[in-house]
Design a protein around this ligand. Structure first.
Ligand SMILES: [Ca+2]
Length: 305
């Protein structure tokens, strides 16, 4: 992609050179020798300046590297997505709600068949010559969309030059007893599929609460909770935001919101600016209430989608 940009610049130089020559109204063979030499010198100088500009741009910009390639299968509503589902698109984004820096509409490559194949442009260093390129180690959102919006998503860390990685979306999750909990998750943590979603587990939470929060039902220290601590003269509200990963979370993401209320008894809770719909990525979410506020209650919400 960056090579195309270079080609465009070179074409500009050539056309500018042609334009300068065309501005001299006299035919070349009728000009005095010294004028011709002078004109040729100007052309050389202008070309040299243009080349210097090109060199300067090349030195300042990142050097293109072999693309990263992501590929895999997509399952939506427990049905495999085939090349015929041309309404399904896979995009790479810097922000979950931001523009695409790479995209692959299903069926757009005959070679890919029923797989998607997404190329992520790579450069070696900042500043990026191509604004849609990435650097090794960048975190990108990979989202699957259809006509109804985002259906599935994942976080991808850009690999080394030329890296190829398989990333499947929404593999069918078996729920034989129809209780809304993946059977594999139930067997892994509880030994069978017998517990119901409302069963109280060893850590005091229900099975459903543990599944959604990603906590371990057998560990009394594994709980989703909002902590309040002192930070100087003010309070600091914090909680752990876990990434949805592992058995039972295929194709799902975990989200969090921090809410507050000045009258919890009335049940009126409000989301805090910049602290709602946060994607869990094993990070600590912190919020420092303004010192001017009076006493308030805080609560965290967590869900899967
Ligand atoms: Ca189940």
């Amino acid at each position: 992609m960056i090579r195309h940009t270079y080609a465009f610049l070179v074409m500009n130089v050539c056309s500018r050179k042609t334009g300068v020559t065309g501005a001299v109204s006299q035919p070349v063979n009728e000009r005095p020798a010294n004028l011709f030499a002078h004109s040729a010198a100007i052309r050389l100088i202008r070309t040299a300046v243009a080349l210097l500009l090109l060199v300067r741009v090349a030195l300042r910009a990142g050097v293109p590297e072999p693309d990263n390639v992501l590929y895999g299968t997509i399952t939506l509503d427990n049905q495999p997505v085939t090349a015929n589902r041309t309404d399904v698109v896979v995009e790479a984004r810097r922000l979950i709600g931001g523009p695409a820096i790479a995209r692959y509409p299903m069926g757009s490559s005959a070679q890919a068949g029923n797989f998607y194949s997404l190329r992520v442009s790579l450069e070696s260093a900042q500043p990026l010559f191509d604004p849609n390129a990435s650097l090794v180690g960048d975190s990108l959102f990979i989202v699957v969309l259809d006509g109804s919006g985002i259906r599935s998503q994942s976080i991808y860390t850009v690999g080394d030059r030329g890296a190829v990685q398989r990333l499947d979306f929404g593999a069918a999750v078996l729920d034989g007893d129809g209780d809304g909990l993946p059977d594999a998750w139930e067997r892994l943590h509880l030994g069978s599929t017998s517990p119901t979603p409302n069963s109280i587990n060893a850590n005091g939470q229900t099975t459903l609460q543990n599944y959604i929060a990603g906590t371990n039902p057998n560990d009394t220290n594994s709980l989703f909770r909002v902590a309040v601590s002192a930070s100087g003269a003010n309070a600091l509200v914090s909680f752990q935001a876990l990434r949805a990963e592992g058995t039972g979370y295929e194709g799902l993401s975990r989200y969090y919101s921090l809410e507050y209320s000045t009258n919890a008894g009335a049940g009126l809770w409000l989301g805090l600016n910049n602290s709602t719909n946060l994607l869990g990525n094993n990070q600590t979410i912190t919020y420092q209430p303004p010192g001017t506020n009076g006493p308030a209650f805080y609560r965290g919400r967590v869900w899967l989608q």
